[in-house]
Design a protein around this ligand. Structure first.
Ligand code: NDP
Length: 240
């Protein structure tokens, strides 16, 4: 039977590439999204991948949504916590609302996504937990105190889960993308984008599919001895 993979924020951007790649690899895939119904419908029409709508920042909504996915597709074997947002501002101008919204989505949202499926993974003695962090969680970033804090926190989550999951056949790893050509990055003014590309040694933005490949590897049986690790996919922009 096909393994079941759940990708939060799986209907567009990097998540879309991950959902498609996992489907191509033979997984039964469920992709979640927050509110963009039009994009989610177009994604399902094009790929045949089922979408589910809930806010990852809401624990009960996540728990109920994940239970529905398991009811319809079977127990979740692979969970990819990908949904994330930015609310940028220099620290002196950052509002408590901007701080809270990013923490609720990018950090608490990761807890809310993994926590409800963790007991089942422990019982079945198999699981793959993959969190999409960021280069800016590794190095910090001007104007992203909130975002960098959550993405660094996500690395703490996988390192801890790696230790707790090891004896139950569960691995937990992170992928830290550098700048990837998604709507978010393509929307910045061309001059700014050129400046960003100037800082990337390979001289280009990454493609969502290049992140999806990292996820596919970590989800696979090939990666059975890799846990608590971080794959940096950033075109040489930052070494840890
Ligand atoms: P996008 O903005 O393109 O897509 C975000 C996805 O997450 C959408 O499907 C969106 O749903 C969903 N989402 C957002 N907030 C919530 C929420 N509260 N509850 C449920 N779903 C939510 O993001 P990217 O593809 O650019 O980024 C994906 C991940 O990769 C993020 O965690 C991001 O931080 C990380 N990353 C991205 C980089 C980049 O260069 N793009 C670089 C490094 C890391 P909807 O469509 O309904 O809005």
């Amino acid at each position: 039977m096909a393994r079941v993979a759940l990708v939060t924020g799986g209907s567009r951007g990097i998540g879309e590439a991950i959902s498609k790649r996992l489907k191509a690899d033979g997984y039964e895939v469920a992709a979640t999204y927050a509110g963009n119904d039009e994009k989610a419908k177009a994604f399902t029409d094009a790929t045949g991948i089922k979408t589910y709508k809930w806010n990852v920042a809401d624990y009960d909504a996540s728990k109920n949504g994940l239970a529905k996915v398991e009811e319809e597709l079977g127990p979740i074997d692979v969970v990819v916590a990908n949904a994330g947002i930015t609310r940028d501002a220099p620290f002196h101008k950052m509002t408590p609302e901007q701080w809270k919204e990013v923490v609720d989505t990018n950090l608490t949202g990761v807890f809310n996504t993994i926590h409800p499926v963790w007991p089942g993974m422990r019982e079945r003695k198999f699981g793959r937990v993959i969190v999409i962090s960021s280069i800016n969680g590794q190095k910090g970033q001007f104007g992203q105190t909130n975002y960098a804090a959550t993405k660094a926190g996500d690395l703490g989550i996988v390192k801890s889960l790696a230790q707790e999951g090891a004896r139950y056949g569960i691995t937990a790893n992170a992928v830290c993308p550098g700048y990837i050509a998604t709507e978010m990055v393509m929307a910045v003014p061309e001059k700014v984008r050129e400046a960003i590309i100037g800082q990337i040694p390979v001289g280009r933005l990454g493609e969502p599919e290049e992140i999806a490949r990292c996820v596919a590897f970590l989800a696979s049986d090939e990666a059975s001895f890799i846990t608590g690790s971080t794959i940096s996919a950033n075109g040489g922009q930052y070494f840890v």
